[in-house]
Each structure stands twice: as C-alpha cells, then as structure tokens.
Write a protein that binds this ligand. Structure first.
Ligand SMILES: [Zn+2]
Ligand SMILES: [Zn+2]
Length: 262
C-alpha cells in the first residue's frame, strides 16, 4: 500500500485556471489507432477508442481501446512503436477505453498513466505492479509542453479529456463524452483562457433524435469550434449532421486517420 502511494502523484492541488504559453507552441500529429468506425483496411476495426499523439516533447496514447491484441497490432501496422509512448491518458473507466492497457504495459511499462483519481484501486495497483507510474487527475493540469488534462469533468460518468494548446487554438480530444460534449467544452472554456480550434473523439450522441443533435451542432458553432471530428460513440446521424454543417472543416476520423495540427 505504501509503495503504491509513493508512485501515485496527484493533481488535486494544482490551480484550475491554466496559464497558457504565448509562443513556441508545438505542432502535433494525431492518429486514430482504435475505433469502431472503419478506415485504413490494414487495421482491425473494433468497438472502442484510442488516439496516438506525437508532439515535439511527448508521445502519448489517449485511451487504449478494448483489446490489447488489436491495439498493439494496429500500432504495429501503422509503424508506431509502443516503446516511443511515454504517457497514457485514460478518459474514463469503461472497458472499450481501458481494456487494452494491460497488454500495452507488457510491451512498455516505462510510462506515466494519467487517470481520474476515482479509478478502482485494484486497477491502479496493477499498473504500479507492472512498473508504470500512476498520476491521479482531479483538476486541469499540464502533462507536457502544450498538452493538458481537462481535469475530471462531472457527469453521469465522470471523465477527463485532453487539451492541446496549438497556434490555431485549443484542440480537445474526448473519450466517450459521457458528461455531455457541450458541458465538457464549457468546462474547458472556464479553465483554459483561449479560443477553440478543433474537437475530435467520441461525442456520445448515438441514438439521440436529430433535432437534439442539430442543437449540439449549433452549440459547436456558438463555441467557435472551427474543425470537428466526431467518431467512436458519436453515431452515424451526428457524423452526417456535423459533416453537412462543417463541410471542408469536417474531419472524418475513422480508424487510421492521421491529423496534423500546426
Ligand atoms: Zn466508449
Ligand atoms: Zn464510455
């Protein structure tokens, strides 16, 4: 137990308002490596989400998909080495986002695992036992240069998102968006004093009536979001409606999709 505490750092005491840098903002390469929306035919499509992110300072994996064998095989086929990944950030404790972690840690345990503080203690202990470090997230905090956790966002299922500070504005990457995608963005807006640029990930809108989805699309415009990439649990209707509204600024982020963010 003592050993666990030694390795679990917490973000509880970090001030929620993030001071962003004004220059030297890095560019990022994001690749969707696990998704239930098919894309690159070399890769295995499966329910879940994982996004690989390469910046000038840190290489990170946001969520791990549901199955380790699929995650590792997709990474390999894309020529992305697990050994290069230094940080894993887990959005929320659902199998389709955390299931691939165990197998990943067998390949590379020299990582920091950033997770919401309320994750089950057995799960955290298993990570530490494999040799990785656990970082418990509560509030917004810097993970690396130009890279932040949104902090835990309240909702029926609490989760964290990733926030990149780029020259164009904030890029947000979401897991399932269980707290509500608009609620997540509103919360990020209060912690990060900068305009939005892009939102990619699961928006959790599958099964919602079109009239409700249209309201959410309008909220995205109101929030000033310039590019959008709904995937995973966003649902086909939401993907179509966002695509109609955003046109060339719609990113179709199926499996294997690479996005370069300047
Ligand atoms: Zn999910
Ligand atoms: Zn979920």
């Amino acid at each position: 137990m003592k050993l666990i505490h030694l390795f679990i750092l917490a973000t509880f005491f970090i001030t929620p308002l993030i001071a962003l840098t004004t220059d030297n903002r890095p560019s990022w390469r994001a690749v969707i490596v696990y998704d239930n929306n098919a894309g690159d035919p070399r890769l295995k499509t499966d329910w879940g989400f994982s996004c690989y992110l390469e910046g000038p300072e840190k290489t990170i994996l946001f969520d791990c998909g549901g199955r380790g064998d699929i995650l590792l095989s997709n990474l390999e086929k894309l020529g992305l080495s697990p050994q290069k990944i230094e940080v894993i950030c887990l959005s929320h404790f659902h199998q389709d986002h955390v299931g691939g972690l165990e197998d990943f840690l067998i390949k590379n345990a020299q990582v920091e695992v950033w997770l919401p503080y309320f994750f089950p203690s057995d799960f955290k202990k298993a990570i530490v036992k494999k040799g990785a470090r656990v970082i418990e997230v509560a509030k917004p905090a810097p993970i690396g240069h130009g890279l932040y956790t949104s902090g835990v966002i309240d909702g029926p299922i609490r989760e964290q998102s990733l926030v990149l500070d780029t020259r164009e504005g904030l890029v947000v990457i979401t897991g399932c968006a269980h707290p509500g995608i608009v609620h997540i963005l509103e919360e990020i807006k209060t912690s990060f004093p900068k305009k939005f640029y892009m939102v990619i990930g699961g928006f959790h809108l599958a099964g919602l009536p079109e009239i409700e989805i249209k309201k959410i699309v309008a909220e995205f415009r109101r929030l000033g979001i310039r590019k959008v990439g709904p995937t995973h649990c966003s649902g086909d209707a939401a993907r179509r409606l966002f695509s109609e509204e955003y046109g060339l600024d719609y990113i179709n982020p199926g499996l294997g999709r690479e996005v370069i963010i300047q």
